[in-house]
Design a protein around this ligand. Sequence first.
Ligand SMILES: [Zn+2]
Length: 263
Amino acid sequence: MEIDIQPLISHLRAYPLNTLYPLDFEKSNSTALVDIPNTLTWKNIVACPLEKRTYSNEPTFSLIVAKPSGTALIPRTLTDMAGEHFGIKESTRPFIAFPSHLESMEKGFWFYEHGVLPLIACNPPKLALIHAEKYQSDAFLGSNETARLFMNELPLSIKYAHIIDEIYDPSVFNSFRERGIRTSFTLALPETGSLGNLCQDSATGEKLIFHTTPGTYLELGNRTIVTKLSSLASPVLRYETSIVTKNCSPACLCAFSQSFTLL
Ligand SMILES: [Zn+2]
């Protein structure tokens, strides 16, 4: 599939002092991904000073992203955070609990920008649960890790769970379902945002199908390469991940252009 990356290249060109993406290709007339030979890695991001890879003049909120190969701040604007495609079902009183408070706040901004006031978990977890009960939270939003931590003690008012993580854990998903809690899942990396949403039609079947989120293009394979077409403060152009994917489009009745499975 050919995608037009010219708007993304124009966005990079608007910040000529930034160095995360080499100037030689920013000045090229590339409009196709195939013309961009290099991939970006986490090491490139870690090695580049924050001010040299922040492609926005708006105020930014920075996520601290720690990986074994290094830690970096990832800048996000309110527009970036609100424009995410998490595929979250209706919730008016979400309870948000990620391992990092910054990540909880980032997802909280998403709800806030969509007209919903979230409750963000605090420490200790017991106290967070007391507040979730008082708030009569209707949904849980968190990672696999926090889902395991909170699952057994969530207030009865919670009828829906949405997991956002870089790994799909069927045991977490099934545990929620056994409790009668509807569950959905978004595959995401903190440095790129959402990559794909689990197809609800496939969630009970043997083969899990993910739909690439709008504004995202994935080069599927042993090291899935991510491109985000929107003008993010932390642009993602051919970012190399360790996620292993395989194309499976068209695989379901949903009218999405790109679908994949995880291997
Ligand atoms: Zn589908």
